[in-house]
Design a protein around this ligand. Structure first.
Ligand code: MN
Length: 222
């Protein structure tokens, strides 16, 4: 009996999984069973979680269900790859080990059937948003993360909840242009990687853009 043809790779991002959105979680679990189980590689490109407070939060029932579902896929010979988003950048090796996935740094380049594809979450390319870029530079520092992760989990969750509130407010005042990737930053990724295709999420503006000969896929949110 021949095995059915398998998809080579699937790319998803921006699920923003959270307890208050159970239907998104159901859709994700359905996607894993109906689609991801039949692919060789699944790329999770950031903001899969609405927030991640640290790898000492693996056992929360909500997180444990998601980790268990990913682990089940990994155990059925789907290779899982994870890239940090601006919401879940505190995911670390503890999470990766539990879920059975490989952490990627951005930009990451994959070769799919001879096609060179660059992967980023997309937040680092929103360079007009100078306030966010400064925040990002701070929170991506190992020293800042070590200090933050040294706080009690409950305190970290309270701080994150406050940040999410501030982010929601900022989104109502920032312009449409500021919240998108810039052409210069996109070109920089193409030039740095030599890729002919770029896949990213973050902006929640799904589209296929042409940059001369090169293609840029923007993933949808969920
Ligand atoms: Mn994002």
């Amino acid at each position: 009996m021949s095995t059915p043809a398998r998809t080579l790779a699937l790319f998803i991002s921006d699920l923003h999984l959270q307890e208050s959105h159970p239907r998104t979680l159901d859709a994700f679990f359905r996607f894993l069973e109906e689609h991801a189980r039949h692919t060789r590689q699944l790329y999770l490109l950031g903001d899969i979680f609405e927030y991640w407070a640290g790898d000492d939060d693996l056992d929360t029932p909500f997180n444990a269900r998601i980790i268990g579902a990913l682990r089940s896929l990994a155990d059925s010979s789907v290779a899982l790859f994870w890239m940090a988003g601006n919401r879940d950048f505190l995911v670390g090796q503890g999470f990766a080990d539990a879920a059975g996935l490989t952490l990627l740094q951005e930009p990451h380049v994959v070769d799919v059937k001879g096609q060179r594809i660059a992967l980023v979450h997309g937040d680092a390319e929103c360079t007009l948003d100078t306030k966010y870029m400064a925040f990002r530079a701070m929170v991506r520092q190992p020293a800042w993360q070590a200090q933050f992760l040294a706080m009690p989990l409950s305190q970290r969750k309270a701080i994150i909840a406050g940040m999410r509130e501030g982010s929601r407010e900022a989104h109502t005042t920032k312009s449409y242009e500021i919240m998108d990737v810039t052409p210069d930053a996109v070109e920089a990724v193409f030039d740095a990687t030599g890729a002919g295709v770029l896949i990213h999420g973050h902006t929640h503006r799904p589209a296929l853009h042409r940059h001369g000969e090169r293609l840029r896929y923007v993933l949808p949110d969920w």
